[in-house]
Design a protein around this ligand. Structure first.
Ligand SMILES: *Cc1c(COP(=O)(O)O)cnc(C)c1O
Length: 231
């Protein structure tokens, strides 16, 4: 685990980079949020963020997030890893938002769980715009029916789309294409359904540039803040 001073330096670096890239691509910095990803790191990583007044955290695994929520109260949590539909009852009410809604079945279960607990649940639809067989997410051609179902789920509030680019560090055009497709998809959905989806959760430590250039509104950053992850 890195020292807090190092985390602070990394944070300044990431924030500066966000600012620079917004400037370069004529984006308003107000439209871009940093979501620190603490997966595989202990709760101390969450405390670092809290002390830096960054109050939202992304976690991949439900179980890890629930433990950290106990250890560091007062933060807002977003689920960014695949959610098995049998775990829906563990997440309702405990996450500010589920970014990884990737099947009609999960939509159905989330709606049922939220209705039963009488709460609303914010979601993003995860789309596999990189067409990566190793990734979860709706295929682009499945998104219309998913969005339709989400819109008719009275306890679910769809705020936008999320994607993870295929791993291709030597070829940034892969990430770029993935992100541009997600943005175009959001814009088309807003046209066709007369909606106002805003969020595009896309971009991680290795592809921030392509993400911000393509209209990302939320970058999910782990290693650039906390260093190389333990296995
Ligand atoms: C791990 C992870 C991240 C952060 O990845 P880094 O490369 O460490 O920045 C972002 N999004 C998701 C979905 C992840 O699983």
């Amino acid at each position: 685990m890195l020292k807090e001073e190092q985390f602070r330096r990394n944070l300044v670096e990431v924030l500066r980079k966000m600012e620079r890239l917004c400037d370069e691509f004529n984006r308003s910095p107000d439209e871009l949020t940093l979501l620190p990803v603490t997966k595989k790191w202990p709760s101390e990583a969450v405390r670092f963020c809290q002390r830096a007044e960054i109050m939202r955290i992304g976690e991949n695994r439900v179980q890890d997030a629930l433990v950290k929520q106990q250890e560091v109260p007062g933060m807002s949590w977003e689920l960014i890893g695949h959610l098995q539909s049998n775990k829906v009852n563990q997440v309702i009410g405990r996450f500010e938002r589920i970014q990884t809604v990737d099947s009609l079945k999960l939509l159905r279960k989330l709606q049922a769980g939220a209705e039963k607990k009488e709460v609303n649940c914010k979601i993003l639809l995860q789309v596999n715009t990189g067409e990566d067989p190793a990734k979860y997410g709706f295929l682009s051609e499945q998104v219309d029916s998913a969005f339709e179902q989400a819109l008719s789920s009275s306890n679910l509030l769809v705020e936008g789309l999320m994607t993870i680019a295929p791993y291709a560090p030597e070829d940034p055009s892969v990430a770029k294409r993935t992100f541009v497709r997600l943005r175009d998809l959001r814009d088309r959905l807003n046209e066709d359904f007369d909606t106002d989806l805003k969020e595009l959760s896309m971009g991680m430590s290795g592809d921030l540039r392509e993400a911000i250039e393509s209209g990302s509104t939320m970058i999910r950053v782990g290693s650039a803040l906390f260093g190389e992850r333990p296995q």
